[in-house]
Design a protein around this ligand. Structure first.
Ligand code: NAD
Ligand code: DAU
Length: 351
């Protein structure tokens, strides 16, 4: 791992990973390719631990000429691919961008790696960051997802991620490209764009705005603190087997509605003037095709690589709420002007 191309490194998990990697690999050089869509921001890359080893390139992963040039000019030996359209609700309103970036973008990167590495896999790795949503939705007593659970994506987002996972595996079997994949559950932590559940609830609660709970709020996600996800990816890239997939999850599975209550109770303590924040909780019509429950079985990554989550949901959630309260300037800067308001209008006002 010397010259690393990170895609989507100005987004939530990518930016956390850039920080993690600069510390974990003191010799590595990072080339961070990101289109800076609404979800990406250079504000996420302030105060990096060793900025001289990080170069930012604004560009699209679907740009074959650019991606091919980066691979050869910088003698890239490792690709860690985060870039994606990542929000399920946006995929329902506009699936086209998801097929473009998640499918065509991944294909473009795979082609560039295949050409640059030309059948010489030794010392190289193409790591694809994927999601538990490719496995579909669990009923209450179903066992957790394992790596061989059949794919059953149910939203345009998860279908586009499933397609990209299939392409990555096809390049391993067909061309011998040295790939690995992690499928991870819901992340939370610093730098997450406030369209996702946790930062949206914190932001709305501090503004005294309604906290929109989709449907009955009894959906279940398997929450993982983002730094734990970064460590899992790092271990898989370093020591995971080529051609393999690893499930990553947090083992924290509250109902959405209970998670929001917990956020309210942390805010009651930290911002007592708005208490009780639960008064803002509002049921709104459900997300179409809403997956009911996710649960990841992490036996494989624990047994092979010794990875387990280090953060529990109580301390991780508190640290996250505190981070958002302390970083109001960041919140203001990433929201932009009209884009975020237009999104709220589209997804919530017309619900
Ligand atoms: P994010 O939306 O916060 O960031 C995505 C980044 O990709 C942004 O910086 C954006 O500018 C960039 N990007 C989008 N389209 C691009 C393009 N065409 N070319 C170059 N850059 C582009 O997403 P995230 O939550 O950080 O997720 C990162 C990855 O992890 C995604 O692949 C996602 O599917 C996966 N994942 C996310 C979670 C989660 O809970 N957030 C869980 C499991 C897996
Ligand atoms: O499971 C991994 C996935 O987690 C990632 O692959 C996705 O990129 C990431 O966005 C996330 O998807 P979810 O759809 O689970 O995350 P989101 O934060 O959008 O929603 C979490 C849950 O909260 C979900 O059941 C929907 C619900 N929800 C969400 C929002 C934004 C609400 O009830 N109200 C809301 O306003």
């Amino acid at each position: 791992m010397k010259n690393i191309l990170i895609t989507g490194g100005a987004g939530f998990i990518g930016a956390n990973f850039v920080r993690y990697l600069l510390k974990a690999e003191p010799e590595a050089r990072i080339y961070n390719l990101d289109a800076l869509t609404y979800a990406g921001s250079l504000e996420n890359l302030h105060d990096l631990p060793d900025p001289a080893r990080h170069s930012f390139i604004q560009g699209d992963i679907c740009d074959a000429e650019l991606v091919g040039r980066l691979m050869t000019e910088h003698a890239i030996d490792t690709v860690i691919h985060f870039a994606a359209e990542s929000h399920v609700d946006r995929s329902i309103h506009g699936p086209g961008a998801f097929v473009q970036t998640n499918v065509i973008g991944t294909f473009t990167l795979l082609e560039a790696a295949r050409a640059a590495w030309a059948g010489e896999p030794s010392g190289r790795r193409f790591h694809h960051v994927s999601t538990d949503e490719v496995f579909g939705s669990l009923a209450p007593n179903d066992p957790a997802f394992i790596e061989s659970t059949p794919y059953d994506p149910r939203s345009p987002y998860s279908a586009s991620k499933a397609a990209s996972d299939h392409l990555v595996r096809a390049y391993y079997h067909t061309y011998g490209l040295p790939v690995s994949i992690t499928n991870c559950s819901n992340n939370y932590g610093p730098f997450q764009f406030p369209e996702k559940l946790i930062p949206l609830m914190v932001l709305n609660a501090t503004l005294g705005k309604p906290l929109p709970i989709y449907g009955d709020g009894k959906q279940i996600r398997d929450w993982l603190y983002v730094e734990d996800h970064c460590e899992a990816i790092y271990l898989v890239v370093k020591n995971g087997k080529v051609g393999e997939t690893y499930n990553v999850g947090g083992g924290n599975q509250p109902y959405n509605i209970d998670l929001v209550r917990e956020i309210c109770s942390i805010l009651d303590e930290l911002r007592p003037d708005g208490a009780p924040h639960t008064r803002l909780m509002t049921h709104v019509p459900d997300r179409p095709g809403h997956d009911r429950r996710y649960d990841m079985d992490i036996t494989k990554i624990r047994a092979e690589l010794g990875w387990v989550p280090r953060h529990d949901i109580e301390s991780g959630l508190r640290a996250t709420v505190e981070w958002y309260l302390e970083n109001q300037d960041w919140v203001k800067s990433v929201l932009g002007d009209e884009g975020y308001t237009a999104w709220l209008e589209k997804n919530y006002a017309k619900r």
